[in-house]
Design a protein around this ligand. Structure first.
Ligand code: SAM
Length: 319
């Protein structure tokens, strides 16, 4: 997960006060059935603003569009659209969840990543757009080596979560095969379901394991977005992260580097000669992770930055 995306300053707020009578779910004044979208949105935005939500306007729009079963663009173009009672009820429930700082993606149960539409569960990290940096870096490395994209590569994804990295790579590498590993059985099951939904299940296999302990290899390409948040920073992350992402996906130990150390300790055993290793980085972790790679005989080759200019992924070679 990308620590750099998450301002570590935002504190977890107290839970919102209970709604006064007349404002709760299913307790709307008469006539609400015909409320227009603009009025419905205005009240919801105020509620989200009071709860400390960063972009109440955007989130209220996304949730109302979802409750209405239309896309957000259609809603923006039709502010006088009526909000039927059943949609209003769904919207109120969604706004109450968002006011408790549950991310929109978790309320909708879905996250767009690369070209994929992934289902989320409480066991999976909510994939971050910055993690697409790793997918781009791996594809660039494949091209730079002159490997054809239809080469039958063997991929390993350590800490697969929703399966986002492995599935994005498999979607671009039509003859590749991959194993996704997670210590969380729930995450491995969610990744498997996402592979089925993406039509990639015949090339993606998911294993519950402590890093690569249960695997043999060899793999041509190993990727990972490890838990890399320093343990004492977790409680101070934005509530959307601290309260809703699984701790197993966040906790990188005292210095944030425990998972890198653990996964690298035995990685070379499962790498093919000349394999590519690509690891996501937390902000400022580049030099430490580079040293850990060298310590196990891998050769850091390049670092890729995300859209904010932060070093987000390190690519190494070895095996
Ligand atoms: C930061 S999340 C990354 C998830 C996904 N790859 C992504 O980019 O969204 C780290 C993942 O590592 C898994 N994990 C943590 N410790 C592990 C271990 N010892 N062995 C295998 N997986 C582990 C977590 O369950 C979590 O799914």
């Amino acid at each position: 997960m990308s620590a750099g995306r998450v301002p570590p300053t935002a504190r977890v707020p107290p839970p919102p006060a209970p709604l006064p009578p007349g404002e709760g779910r299913g307790d709307k004044p008469e006539g609400h059935e015909s409320a227009a979208a603009a009025a419905t949105l205005g009240a919801a935005q105020e509620q989200l603003k009071a709860a400390g939500v960063e972009d109440p306007r955007r989130d209220a729009r996304l949730l109302l569009a979802h409750a209405l079963g239309i896309d957000a663009g259609a809603l923006a173009g039709d502010p006088r659209r009526k909000v039927p009672a059943d949609a209003a009820k769904r919207f109120d429930a969604a706004i109450a969840r968002r006011a408790r700082r549950e991310p929109v993606s978790r309320i909708l149960g879905r996250r767009a990543f690369w070209t994929l539409d992934l289902a989320l569960t409480p066991d999976t990290l909510d994939p971050r757009p910055d993690s697409e940096t790793l997918v781009e870096a791996v594809l660039a490395e494949i091209d730079a080596r002159g490997w054809r994209r239809d080469r039958p590569l063997r991929l390993l994804d350590l800490g697969t979560g929703s399966g986002c990295l492995l599935l994005a790579l498999l979607s671009e590498l039509p003859r590749a095969w991959g194993a996704g590993v997670d210590r969380s059985p729930g995450a491995a099951a969610a990744a498997r379901a996402n592979a089925v939904a993406a039509g990639l299940a015949d090339r993606a296999h998911f294993v519950v394991s402590d890093w690569n302990q249960a695997l043999g290899g060899p793999f041509d390409l190993a990727v990972a977005n490890p838990p890399y948040i320093r343990r004492d920073s977790i409680a101070g992350l934005m509530p959307e992260v601290a309260l809703w992402d699984p701790v197993l996906a966040l906790d990188g130990g005292v210095d944030g580097l425990d998972a890198y150390r653990a996964m690298l300790a035995d990685l070379r055993r499962v790498l093919a000669p000349g394999a590519v290793v690509a690891l996501e980085l937390g902000a400022g972790q580049g030099s430490n992770v580079s040293r850990l790679l060298r310590d196990v005989g891998l050769r850091p080759a390049r670092v890729a930055r995300d859209l904010a200019g932060i070093e987000r992924c390190i690519v190494a070679t070895g095996g």
